[in-house]
Unconditional design. Structure first.
Length: 218
């Protein structure tokens, strides 16, 4: 059986005179490399600065340097980008629920989309039950978190949200009454099998086409 071969790339990058990264004791992270002791920058440090970059290459496609005072004040306190684990909850579920769609339906469809995009596996029945009808000790947001590192820009998030909205709208056409009763969470009365069917329809999307379409947005 052949032995797997791994290729590690080590690069030297010049930074301004500043301490980018500290260890647990507050000292600069260092390592011997190329016959000298050098400062080390962790991947967590780099990802933090990518998420909070304010230039024209910001991850969420916002050129902060081109915004006026009024526009900047509207964005005050808002993250310039999100950790990948929060993307599905903060940028897909919450906006769709705010638009008046049933929360259990939105959660189930979004979870199926995340599952299809990042893993391709099948959800446990207990997970689906938690998303549709969470118990007192359940937090559906835990299932919508992703431990896989992913970077989504604005166009990609909009595309993923539009896919979820499309599946939700197909249910709305069949059960419009649950969108017309004015309740805060009309999904309480929506049939659980109907919600599960909508989630399964999301899983039927071609993973290859999904990734191809996302790649075309970059």
């Amino acid at each position: 059986m052949p032995t797997p071969t791994f290729l590690q790339l080590h690069t030297l990058t010049s930074y301004p005179g500043t301490l980018l990264n500290r260890d647990d004791a507050g000292f600069a992270k260092r390592l011997p490399f190329g016959g000298a002791t050098r400062t080390r920058v962790s991947s967590q440090c780099l990802k933090y600065h990518w998420r909070n970059h304010e230039g024209k290459h910001a991850l969420y496609d916002i050129d902060f340097s081109a915004l006026g005072d009024e526009e900047l004040s509207e964005l005050e306190g808002e993250p310039k980008s999100l950790r990948s684990r929060e993307t599905f909850q903060r940028r897909i579920v919450e906006p769709l629920v705010e638009e008046g769609h049933p929360a259990p339906l939105v959660r189930a469809v979004t979870f199926a989309l995340k599952e299809r995009l990042l893993s391709g596996g099948k959800a446990k029945k207990s997970d689906t039950k938690t998303l549709i009808a969470p118990g007192e000790d359940d937090d559906p947001r835990d299932l919508l978190d992703s431990n896989q590192v992913t970077i989504f820009g604005v166009p990609e998030v909009r595309y993923l949200r539009s896919l979820a909205a499309e599946k939700i709208e197909s249910v709305r056409e069949d059960f419009p009454v649950f969108w017309e009763n004015g309740e805060a969470d009309p999904g309480d009365a929506l049939d659980k099998d109907t919600i599960a069917d909508a989630a399964d329809a999301m899983r039927d999307i071609s993973k290859r086409d999904l990734k191809k379409n996302l790649k075309g947005l970059r």
